[in-house]
Design a protein around this ligand. Structure first.
Ligand SMILES: Nc1nc2c(c(=O)[nH]1)N[C@H]1C(S)=C(S)[C@@H](COP(=O)(O)O)O[C@H]1N2
Ligand SMILES: [Mo]
Length: 229
């Protein structure tokens, strides 16, 4: 697939790019092309982000990870699941789980820290959020990422943190598919943010220039917005 054909798939008006089945290989091959330097500002955000030291895989503490779900546990059908990426992007996306699985996979063994006073070392695996945003051709006008979840949980992140190389859209936990209670099929994870920033059951990503009135489920009740570790 050449660049013109690739763009023809996804650009133009309200049409979104649906990735599935046989489109995958061609698209993965074209990712390199589609992710050429976007612009100086976004390249700067992508660069110079030091990685946080990780733990050895045998240091995971499966029993220490408490389930913290405030609106119940939504059950998402993996067949019908789509991750929507929209807002200030050149190419809105609607990615199924096959499309996510076709992107480069990464693992981060990190400490999950809940503001309520517990922590656990967890190995999360999935795709880099940065890779998904680059695939969507993140606009230089973007400043924030809004994250919608199936349980109506809501989060917003600064773009620099969203583009951090250890910020993942995880589909696996400690080497196994993500359990429903921990956010299946896709959740956000990052060693640079407190637990409440790490949305489970992620269904939508929206890039915006400004933060709106709603900043997050807990932030809107007084919790700190940046919540860095
Ligand atoms: N959609 C959604 N995401 C969420 C939450 C939630 O209730 N709903 N709880 C948050 C909090 S406070 C924490 S500490 C972690 C807990 O993740 P876990 O249940 O996998 O341990 O998820 C975060 N993400
Ligand atoms: Mo938490």
């Amino acid at each position: 697939m050449n660049r013109r054909q690739l763009l023809g798939l996804g650009l133009g008006g309200s049409s979104s790019l649906f990735l599935g089945g046989c489109a995958l290989n061609g698209l993965s091959a074209a990712v390199g092309d589609a992710t050429q330097p976007l612009n100086e500002r976004i390249e700067a955000l992508l660069q110079g982000q030091g990685k946080v030291p990780e733990f050895r895989p045998d240091k995971v503490e499966p029993a220490a990870l408490l389930v913290n779900s405030f609106n119940g546990v939504p059950r998402l059908d993996p067949e019908r699941y789509r991750l929507q990426v929209k807002g200030l992007v050149g190419r809105p996306l609607s990615l199924d789980l096959g499309a996510l699985a076709a992107l480069p996979q990464h693992t981060c063994v990190m400490r999950h820290v809940c503001v309520e006073g517990w922590a656990a070392v967890v190995a999360w695996s999935g795709v880099r959020l940065a890779d998904v945003l680059r695939l969507a051709q993140l606009s230089p006008l973007g400043g924030y990422l809004l994250i919608d979840s199936a349980d109506s949980y809501f989060e917003s992140w600064d773009l620099a943190s969203a583009l951090h190389p250890q910020t993942l859209l995880a589909t696996h936990m400690n080497g196994a598919p993500l359990p429903a209670a921990n956010g299946a099929p896709v959740r956000l994870t990052a060693p640079i943010k407190l637990g409440y920033k790490q949305s489970k059951w992620v269904t939508g990503l929206r890039v915006t220039a400004q933060l709106g009135e709603r900043r997050g489920t807990w932030e809107d009740q007084g919790y700190e917005w940046f919540a860095g570790l």
